[in-house]
Structure formats: structure tokens, C-alpha cells
Design a protein around this ligand. Sequence first.
Ligand SMILES: C[C@H](O)[C@H](O)[C@H]1CNC2=NC(N)=NC(=O)C2=N1
Length: 113
Amino acid sequence: MSELKAMQCEACRADAPKVSDAELPGLMRQIPDWAPIVRDGILQLEREFKFKNFKLAWAFHNKVAELAESEGHHPALLLEWGKLTVTWWSHSIKGLHKNDFICAAKTDNLLNA
Ligand SMILES: C[C@H](O)[C@H](O)[C@H]1CNC2=NC(N)=NC(=O)C2=N1
């Protein structure tokens, strides 16, 4: 499988396929710092990023927001002092699509940008 971070999100329609139980472990191995969580009955990917202060967390928040706009896929972002919590899922299918794994991998990559 090609690297998630090198892939591009595709338009995610209501009839797009959710990631299957069989695909999940292989995809999770590529984003080991992310946790699969269930919130409001919806499977999501979540990671907390820690920073030394608010301004650094805020700057990373803005980078993730730029990524979201360029991919046309949007996360929940919780900005706090020294911390940004990023949560990816696909609203249209109320679950996880390949797009969410691509965006999680690209979010990780922003740390080195
Ligand atoms: C029309 C537009 O492409 C859609 O509403 C996109 C926008 N961003 C999105 N982001 C996420 N996370 N899930 C979606 O289903 C979604 N849909």
C-alpha cells in the first residue's frame, strides 16, 4: 500500500465505503500515535499534540486548518493552553473513511514542517 501521507483525499459521499474491520489494523499501524475512539456512537481517530505554550499550539492549529481546507476534509480541533486535540472522522458516513487516515498521517507530517 502506498504511504498514506502521500495520498489525496477523495470526495466522500454518503454512500462511500467505511473502512472495514479487516482494513482497520493495517491502517492503524501507519498512524501509531492515533487512538480509535467512539464518540456519540461514531468511530473516530484522535490524537493530542502537546506544546510548550498556547501560541505554539495555536500555530499548529492553523496548520491543521490549512491542511483541512486543501484536502476538503475537516477535523474537530480543540485548542487549549499547550495542547491541540485533533479528531478526524467522516461526517457524511458517520464513521471512518480512508480520508481520515490520510489526514491523520498528514497531520503527523505537519509536525516536521
Ligand atoms: C461538500 C463538502 O465536500 C463536504 O461537506 C465535506 C466537507 N468536509 C468534510 N469533512 C469531514 N470530516 N467529513 C465530511 O463528510 C466532509 N464533507
